[in-house]
Design a protein around this ligand. Structure first.
Ligand code: GUN
Ligand code: ZN
Length: 646
């Protein structure tokens, strides 16, 4: 059972529970334990490092007489002395390394069951990156047959259905979507070790993204063989939940230390200042002189601490809504990773479906790739289709450091308005008309004031296009005299409606802004707080992100003005009384949801006939809800009864 607890982009903080009730928080890395050589013992992994899951190889255990016997008698958990989740691999990787293995799929599935594995693995076929499409298709079909066979015989054991398909996106999506229909429990993405070894990260991005397009979102995704701390943030951002690392031990054997910015040989290191519990107080000289076995052990432990530290950081950035910032920074530690980040741009339409409309934390620009984030893709798309200017003349201003722009440039904007111009800021992240300058991401992003050439050129291009699409004429803001005379139009209602259009679409905004409009503003900040239409409270604006929460009256208006399923999530009869009381909507009670909803979108919860019951905020993505068996789909804010008490 997998439950998404928090999310950021495609990344999720999850809780995975095995059939035996062992729990694992994700993202998680599973250290690879070689049952013959325990560089760090499983007990230490659990107690000292806090790893709640490990992976070991059932094929090696099966082929080693003593281990085979012990594992069958005691079970894996007792044999390894590990109380956490144990995943076993099947021998596929050995066939990648050494050619075919003398083993059948039912044999290895039976064996994994017999030794009490929590999560066993099918004997998939490792699809190599240099294979032809034809050969890959055959291997994928065999893998699918074996997966079906494994699912039928799994019993109480959970099963890894590995996604193969070499570098062929169509085959990856095909394999993933076939497996989505099968009774498996985890979706590992396989056949990627050679891509990582050869630093082919752009192709790795293709593989992960095309696999994600087909999977069942109710299952964790494991990126098989990814364990370098450098790649964890980026892979998590793409929606990978599980990782495994053999390198912490393998590298230790030849004196290689993992760091967040690379792998370094002890003999090449100029200094050693790591403060992890393994290294603290030990100088480079002392480390080099150490007895070989002690040194291997120390380096392996250092490597594990480095991984653990990064996982904790990833968790924090997800909670803060800033994982894009971290992933972009990490992708700068190796040019090949930067290729991966650049390739991710191709998937921004897909990523946009998972990207929240707003985040708690501000958005930091880390480099020109930042503009490829789905948040800007969405912003620019919505400007095209949902922006309606109040005047037909634009005055284009250069961005200032101060935000929101309408405060930093209050006098200039007022002069422009008096002359009938709409102020538009040429910002590095796209054009910002005054009406939209307080909402996410415009006011909540931090950008360097000295632009790079590409950012400058693109910002100018986007702004010119925006002005051309929406205005009849334009001038430079700098040309407007600050003492311009004229009547200053009230921008508040214009702003209020522009944000509603941006957030809900034009049809819904028209329904919300019907008849006489009045606003309640904050006495302290002067910002819009509540919107009343014909005396009824329809919207409240949040101070943090400048976007709206929807009131019940607003919801009723939208329901009568916009055809189904616009902004709606319909629930089963059983859930109706709970929703009316203001309880959250769980995924398993959802009948249907507007496909265009994204996380943190305002939604209208209705019964099966479309009668609005409550408003709330979307936490999952519609394509996920249909798969999820657990977890909150909509955080309900105001059930009918709850709002009446406000
Ligand atoms: N370990 C690393 N890559 C793979 C893979 O593609 N399949 C399996 N079963 N194990 C792996
Ligand atoms: Zn260290």
């Amino acid at each position: 059972m997998f439950e998404i607890v928090r999310r950021d982009g495609m990344a999720r903080l999850g809780k995975f529970t095995t059939t035996a009730g062992r729990e694992l928080e994700t993202p998680a890395l599973l250290p690879v334990v070689n049952p013959k050589i325990k560089t760090v013992t499983p007990r230490e992994l659990y107690d000292e490092f806090g790893f709640r899951a490990l992976i070991t190889n059932s094929y090696i255990i099966k082929n080693t007489e003593a281990l085979n016997k012990e594992a069958r008698e005691k079970g894996l958990h007792e044999m390894l002395d590990f109380p956490g989740v144990i995943m076993t691999d099947s021998g596929t990787f050995q066939s990648h390394m050494y050619g075919t293995v003398p083993l059948t799929n039912p044999e290895i599935i039976e064996f994994q069951k017999a030794i009490g594995t929590d999560i066993g693995t099918v004997l998939d076929i490792f699809t190599e990156p240099d294979w032809s499409e034809e050969k890959t298709k055959e291997a994928v079909d065999t893998t699918l047959e074996r997966t079906k066979e494994a699912a039928a015989m799994k019993g109480d054991m959970m099963i890894n259905g590995v996604i193969q398909g070499s570098v062929y996106n169509n085959l990856r999506t095909y394999c993933a979507s076939k497996e989505a229909e099968m009774d498996i429990d985890v979706h590992p993405i396989g056949g990627v070790v050679p891509l990582m070894e050869q630093y082919r990260y752009a192709e790795l991005v293709d593989v992960v993204m095309s696999s994600k397009m087909g999977i069942n979102h109710n299952r964790p995704v494991h990126l098989f063989g990814a364990g370098h701390p450098m790649i964890l943030a980026f892979a998590t951002l793409m929606g990978c939940d599980l990782f495994d690392s053999a390198s912490y031990a393998k590298f230790a054997k030849d004196d290689r230390m993992l760091f967040i910015d690379g792998t370094f040989r002890l003999q090449d290191m100029q200094s050693h200042d790591c403060q992890c519990p393994a290294c603290r107080g030990i100088s480079l000289e002392e480390l080099r002189k150490m007895d070989k076995d002690a040194r291997i052990k120390l380096i392996a432990r250092h490597n594990l601490y480095e991984i653990k530290k990064e996982l904790a950081l990833i968790r924090r950035y997800i909670l803060e809504g800033r994982l894009w910032d971290l992933a972009e920074q990490r992708c700068r530690s190796h040019p090949a990773l930067l290729d991966g980040l650049r390739r991710l741009k191709e998937y921004r339409a897909f990523l946009e479906k998972f990207d929240p409309v707003s985040r708690e934390g501000g958005l930091f620009y880390t480099g020109e790739e930042t503009r490829n984030r789905p948040v800007f893709y969405r912003y620019n798309n919505r400007l095209k289709t949902r922006y309606i200017p109040f005047t037909d003349k634009a005055a284009v201003f250069e961005a200032t450091e101060g935000k929101p722009y309408s405060r930093a440039m209050q006098a200039q904007f007022a002069a422009a308005r008096k002359l009938g111009y709409t102020p538009v800021v040429l910002s590095p992240l796209g054009p910002v008309p005054e009406e939209l300058d307080e909402m996410y991401p415009n006011a909540q992003s931090v950008v360097p004031m000295i632009p790079d050439a590409r950012t400058e050129a693109e910002a100018e291009e986007w702004t010119a296009q925006f002005v051309m699409d929406h205005f009849k004429e334009s001038i430079e803001g700098a040309d407007i005299p600050e003492d311009a005379e004229g009547e200053l139009p009230d921008i508040d209602v214009i702003r209020a409606k522009a944000v509603a259009r941006y957030q809900f679409g034009n049809e819904a905004a028209d329904a919300l802004f019907r008849g006489e409009i009045s606003l309640k503003k904050s006495r302290k900040t002067g910002k819009i707080r509540n919107v009343f239409s014909d005396g009824e409270h329809v919207l409240s604006m949040r101070a943090g992100d400048g976007l709206y929460t929807l009131r019940m009256e607003g919801a009723r208006r939208i329901v009568s003005a916009c055809p189904e399923p616009r902004m709606r999530v319909a629930v089963m009869d059983d859930a109706v009384p709970f929703v009316q009381k203001g309880r959250n909507v769980f995924a398993q009670f959802v009948l249907s949801a507007d496909e265009s909803l994204v996380p943190k979108d305002e939604v209208i919860v209705t019964d099966k006939d479309g009668t609005p019951l409550a408003t709330g905020q979307m936490l999952l993505v519609p394509s996920e809800i249909m798969f999820m068996k657990k977890g909150i789909a909509v955080k309900v804010r105001s059930g009918k009864e709850k709002e009446e008490d406000d």
